[in-house]
Write a protein that binds this ligand. Structure first.
Ligand SMILES: [Zn+2]
Length: 89
């Protein structure tokens, strides 16, 4: 599991940080968890084999990764991306 923080704007009218209406200046840090291929496979229902995920990956059947790391060699997905793909496939 890879965790990172993303800057997320306050989408609501009253900013929680500065109390300004319609503030677009403040951000909060939200922790997101990203899944590698093995975790992608485990999250699917029914659970897929990691090797199946690699086949899908080479066939272009996987969703666009949410983040590429390791010099663009490692694809990571948000759990929500995996869930959506899993429901639609
Ligand atoms: Zn603010």
């Amino acid at each position: 599991m890879t965790q990172l923080y993303i800057k997320e704007p306050y989408p609501y009218l009253g900013c929680e940080a500065c109390n300004q209406q319609g503030c677009t200046d403040c951000y909060r840090l939200t922790k997101v968890e990203l899944l590698g291929v093995g975790e992608f496979a485990d999250r699917c229902d029914p659970v897929l084999k990691k090797s199946t995920i690699y086949v899908y990956k080479s066939n272009g059947r996987l969703p666009e990764p949410d983040l590429m790391v390791n010099n663009n060699n490692t694809a990571l997905w948000l759990g929500s991306t995996v869930d959506r793909w899993n429901e639609e496939r």
